[in-house]
Design a binder for this molecule. Structure first.
Ligand SMILES: C[C@@H]1N[C@@H](c2nc3ccccc3[nH]2)[C@H](O)[C@@H]1O
Length: 446
């Protein structure tokens, strides 16, 4: 390894209570909301093919026009209580809200910028009511913050001149001030979700990113911040130049999931996912494949089975309401979570050999292992190979006890006789582990 001043400061996962809480939540709701919801991916009859929250970068929409959209931003139908209750119904345990996206428009009346909700017809702070309503519903709130800020005169993507470096120094002060302001205004938030940290100007000042993270921890101990904030002094991001994860969890899983446990290298991690292929902010016409509730449930369950969190994104309209498709998804996912959430919350990697029928999830620190079945085989028989030194004590499907068939050494078929289901089926295995444990209930010779 090479000597690093600004690389990872910890080897292995965070073991404190705040991180344990983040880990237990498993299922989050992402919300991308801002003035980009006004065009919603369209402008003067033309459709923007990129992600709707990036429409300012589209040559068909002059910056001057985009930067004046805030004069129309008036979410009269915004109802924080309604947002929080539908998130609770979906089963989300945390929410991540865009305080400001790359365009720099602030959903809170920041005293460090004129480009905020205070300058809009709506005038009022949006974040305060959101944080209060979600917390009241028992949902933790995390703040998304884009370092890239297209609205700020001192923002530089790269540093070519001394003037650029001077501007960048001023910009770093601005960033630090806004982050401190957010923590001071919203003290119950549990962490930051940083984005827009890929530009050279940011990557090249690893020391600043390190000092910033430590500063934020010092004024708000316990904050949970992912790997996307920092760079080490060589410009390495997420993993430092010694291959060690920076930040509290791997934050690179954007619109993609790991495949197997080896892909996450023993780190905490979180995946963030869009319902369409790649739309975070409101997009009037959803094109391409729109993920179904079952597809999204599989991503959630797969994430938890691989020891990670899964965050599903929503893009409210400019008026503060959610599109019908998103409301329907929250309801459908919530119906499954209401019955089966116990398999997701506090879920961890089970250590069982993966089978085709779906995913194993171990309830943290227990001998309870859930099988979440997405693919019932034509045989109706679910193969279960017990890990070494682990025996099977009982099998149940909801309140029904099942008797598995022993088909080999510590290997079973669980027969779902004629079972059909249009949503994932959850089976609970009670196990015993350890060298000298008596055999499980199903291993006694017939
Ligand atoms: C969480 C997501 N991250 C932002 C983003 N911008 C990108 C530019 C290039 C490649 C990936 C990007 N992700 C998206 O706009 C969204 O906020």
């Amino acid at each position: 390894t090479i000597a690093l001043q600004h690389g990872a400061h910890r080897i292995g996962v965070r073991t404190d209570a705040d991180m344990a809480r983040w880990r237990s939540l498993r299922f989050g709701q992402f919300i991308h909301w801002g003035v980009y919801a006004i065009p919603g991916g369209e402008w003067k009859g033309k459709t923007y093919n990129g992600a709707a929250e990036w429409i300012r970068s589209w040559k068909e929409l002059p910056h001057e026009e985009y930067d004046n959209l805030y004069r129309q931003f008036n979410p009269v139908n915004f109802d924080a209580q309604q947002w929080a209750s539908q998130a609770k119904e979906m089963g989300a345990k945390y929410m991540i809200i865009t305080t400001k996206h790359h365009d720099g428009f602030c959903l809170w009346p920041s005293k460090y910028s004129k480009y905020t909700i205070a300058a809009s017809p709506y005038k009022k702070d949006l974040l305060g009511p959101m944080v209060a309503a979600y917390n009241k519903a028992g949902i933790d709130v995390y703040l998304y913050f884009s370092i890239i800020d297209w609205s700020h005169p001192d923002y530089r993507a790269s540093l070519k001149t001394a003037a650029d470096s001077a501007a960048n120094k001023r910009f770093q002060v601005f960033v630090k001030n806004q982050l401190a302001e957010l923590l001071q205004r919203y003290p119950t938030v549990k962490g930051f979700w940083f984005d827009g940290t890929w530009d050279d100007s940011w990557k090249r000042d690893g020391a600043f990113t390190d000092e910033l993270e430590q500063y934020l921890q010092s004024i708000h101990p316990g904050l949970v911040m992912g790997s996307r904030l920092r760079a080490d002094e060589k410009g390495a991001r997420h993993f430092d130049s010694n291959g060690r994860l920076m930040g509290d969890y791997e934050q690179g899983w954007e619109r993609k999931l790991p495949e197997k446990i080896e892909d996450v290298h023993g780190n905490d991690w979180e995946a963030v996912m869009t319902v369409p292929e790649n739309q975070w902010g409101y997009n009037a016409q959803w094109a391409g494949h729109i993920k179904t509730a079952n597809e999204l449930l599989e991503m959630l369950v797969k994430s938890v089975s691989l020891n990670g969190n899964f965050v599903l994104n929503f893009g409210p309209k400019a008026d503060g309401t959610f599109r019908t498709e998103e409301q329907q998804l929250m309801t459908q996912i919530g119906q499954w979570m209401k019955i089966n959430g116990e398999a997701v919350y506090n879920g961890t990697y089970a250590g069982f050999e993966k089978q085709d029928w779906g995913y194993y999830i171990r309830k943290a620190g227990t001998d309870s292992v859930y099988m979440v079945v997405f693919n019932i085989p034509v045989s109706g028989s679910l193969r279960v190979k017990m890990p070494a030194h682990t025996s099977l004590v009982s099998v149940s499907l909801q309140q029904q006890t099942l008797t598995p068939e022993l088909i080999g050494r510590n290997e079973y078929f669980i027969h779902l006789s004629g079972k059909q289901s249009d949503t994932p089926v959850v089976i609970l295995l009670k196990t015993t582990s350890g060298e000298n444990k008596e055999k499980g209930n199903f291993e006694k010779a017939k």
